[in-house]
Write a protein that binds this ligand. Sequence first.
Ligand code: GLU
Length: 488
Amino acid sequence: MTAQPVRTRFAPSPTGALHPGNVRTALFNALLARRAGGVFVLRIEDTDATRIEDTEAARGGEDAEAGIEEDLRWLGLEWQEGPGTGGAFGPYRQSERGAHYREQYRRLEEAGRAYPCFCTPQELERARAAQRQAGRAPRYPGTCAALTPREVRERLENGQRPALRFRVPEDGVVAFDDLVRGAQRFAAGEIGDFVIRRADGTPAFFFCNAVDDALMEITHVLRGEDHLSNTPRQILILEALGLTAPRYGHLPLLVDAQGRPLSKRRGAPGVGGLRAAGYLPVAVVNHLARLGHAYKDDALLDLDVLARGFDPARIGRAPARFEEAQLRRRQKEALARLPADALWDWMRRAQVGAALEERVPASRTLAFAEAVRNNIELPADALHWAQRLFADPAPPAVAEARAAICAAGESFFRAALEVSDTSAAAEFATFREALGRACGARGRALLLPLRAALTGETHGPELARIWELIGVDGVRRRLAAALALCTS
Ligand code: GLU
């Protein structure tokens, strides 16, 4: 027997921009499919029409689905089947799949596995309150479970609109082997009959979600652990329909650096925000790939290598921390790998790109990119250095730099200016040597005041590169300004 091809999916509801939690879900499913040479499906879960319209209105009519697709493409998570791509199991938008759901509702009703329920929200609430008071967990009391066809007809003729409720077996156990959490068991009797189509005709999310997974022959579903309690209900629905359920794996929660659930309100960045700030997709993907999943290799890896090392058995159960500091570390690794031309290109395409191009002389762009490579994380940091190195007059030195300049004193800068007027100034190495001989200073005592004078800071890019970028005239102007600072 040949193994069934692996098919995974990402099934976002287009209610807003992607955040780190759902992008990690997309990534894990994409990696699982890629590792097996399988298919990664994108399905848009847009049955909740009012909520989606509200979000689009709130975003100024911007299409949330388009935003999601753009974010996924940016991260390199292309889907092999989905909206725009097509495939044998479409359509891939739930709003276009009404006929499939109607068919499955019909089958459940015919088999007696679903029944119309006329209970009003008030009646249901009263029943729940009574159960809670009696110390029992609230579940549907079965009021409409045994209505006769005539009773149903009468109510329909009265104009009452029923929900459709799934009939849960009285006893037995729903058991499944979660890819992450291992063996799970839920007593069917504790679930209670549940609504699969609301009285207004809209389908319940978990119904369409389960039916589509089965009809699209999805084999593995990795998703947030907030969906764990849906799973037994989904398995019951698919069993009743004689459809095959995927294998489910529930991912640990994502929390922020303080251990609180990630939330947009508390400033968790969206994917669009990370892209706009200038994060590189490979950095984002590498940080996300480690959130809850352990890799043997801590290096920056491309998607193929991440896929090869991906294994649901390596997903932990403890909440995983999304920390911007870690993301920045990955960003530095990603920048270290870029050739100078790509590095400059990355800066100049960012929001600050125009300002950078204005500051950095066209003949120095690659040398500049190379010089600042290890001192930046985002394009905004590059602009900072462009201003430090090319603005004339230079921005005022920071307090530590002023202190270093004053500590070196007048004689140091007089000597430096003198040497800068000789042939030794052609290169930083010869200048440094000649200045050392002239003023007797070495090491840090020599380099720190020089750095402070040339950049206005006490840390930064290599001095030899700065020397090249600023040029002897620029160097002399800055040494003169430092001298003026100590003599003022
Ligand atoms: N549309 C659901 C969500 O965005 C999908 C859940 C699932 O992956 O099964 O949460």
